[in-house]
Design a protein around this ligand. Structure first.
Ligand SMILES: Cc1cc2nc3c(=O)[nH]c(=O)nc-3n(C[C@H](O)[C@H](O)[C@H](O)COP(=O)(O)OP(=O)(O)OC[C@H]3O[C@@H](n4cnc5c(N)ncnc54)[C@H](O)[C@@H]3O)c2cc1C
Length: 279
């Protein structure tokens, strides 16, 4: 009996020059999963960048031709890793993720080899404390950055905040932080550097030890009390933001209120922002 290929006709993907083989898939909730693919030997990227990935779309009913269906995805693994990791939403009627959520080890995806993005160290001026503000799958670029030794070489204090609606949606980040702290290779590279990493998870809907939107918790001073920090200042603090457009807009306003200016690859400054998704 031939093996079932539920995702799509794999011969079509193999014919693509940018195919990458899936090595591992993990489902976290009915809305979230992560997966790893083999890294093309030629793919170079900076921790925090995103690439276009996807699958072949359904055949055109008239011509039978298939076109690639591509979406932007942050690379969740650090730049030194042999494999590439991605952390994904499952949108039930989403053109890509309604299919992508069914991938299995051995399947192939399309991976366009042009990483880009602003959530990179190069886009920030030197500082002492780095804030990484994420909601939902917006933690993906920070999963890359907190596994990169450069993050701890550059900063004395690294704070990862992650806000989700429900507790189970925090699991990927929780396990990630535990693994980073226990990773022997990172420990060897970093010595005590990893102790600089602080994790601040919050939920907005389901009951959890720390509840609320990060924007509200910043505005009312809860974050600073919890972390023992006086305030945010442009002399010492740098920030990266990755969430919905609404979250990004609100956080930009808050950060600019502290005197931080938005940076870019071409003009580094005190904070950078990227959309976790459009819409
Ligand atoms: C720079 C950038 C980086 C991205 N990185 C990631 C990533 O690392 N992981 C990831 O899962 N997605 C990421 N996205 C979103 C991704 O490109 C797709 O939108 C997502 O994979 C859904 O694709 P789709 O074709 O199934 O549905 P789409 O037609 O693309 O989206 C349908 C709707 O689903 C919602 N949606 C889409 N993505 C998300 C999400 N991540 N979280 C919550 N709601 C969402 C939006 O309301 C959207 O209008 C990124 C987007 C951008 C612009």
């Amino acid at each position: 009996m031939t093996e079932m290929r539920p995702v799509q006709d794999q011969t079509a993907v193999k014919a693509m020059p940018d195919a990458a083989t899936v090595t591992h898939v993990q489902h976290w909730t009915d809305r979230l999963f992560s997966f790893r693919v083999e890294r093309p030997a030629t793919l170079r990227f900076r921790s925090g960048e995103f690439v276009m990935i996807g699958l072949m779309g359904d055949p055109d009913p008239k011509t039978g031709k298939q076109k690639p269906l591509l979406r932007a995805y942050s690379i969740a693994s650090p730049s030194w890793d042999d494999e590439l990791e991605f952390y994904s939403i499952k949108v039930q009627d989403g053109p890509l993720t309604s299919k992508l959520q069914h991938i299995k080890a051995g399947d192939q995806i399309i991976l366009r080899p042009k990483p880009v993005g602003t959530l990179v160290h190069d886009a920030l001026l030197p500082g002492k404390r780095l804030w990484l503000f994420a909601t939902g799958t917006g933690i993906a670029p920070f999963a890359s950055l907190i596994r990169d030794p450069e993050t701890y070489e550059n900063y004395d204090d690294v704070i990862l905040t992650h806000t989700c609606r429900d507790v189970a949606e925090l699991d990927y980040g929780k396990e990630l932080v535990e693994n980073v702290r226990n990773d022997e290779m990172l420990r060897e590279l970093m010595g005590d550097g990893l102790d600089k990493l602080r994790y601040y998870p919050t939920t907005t809907r389901e009951e959890s030890p720390r509840m609320g939107r990060i924007t509200d918790l910043l505005k009312d001073g809860t974050v600073f009390r919890d972390l023992g920090i006086d305030s945010v200042s442009p002399e010492t603090d740098r920030a990266m933001v990755c969430g919905s457009i609404g979250l990004n807009t609100d956080l930009k306003e808050i950060l600019e209120g502290y005197g931080l200016r938005e940076g870019a690859n071409s003009e580094p400054a005190e904070y950078v922002v990227e959309k976790a998704f459009v819409g």
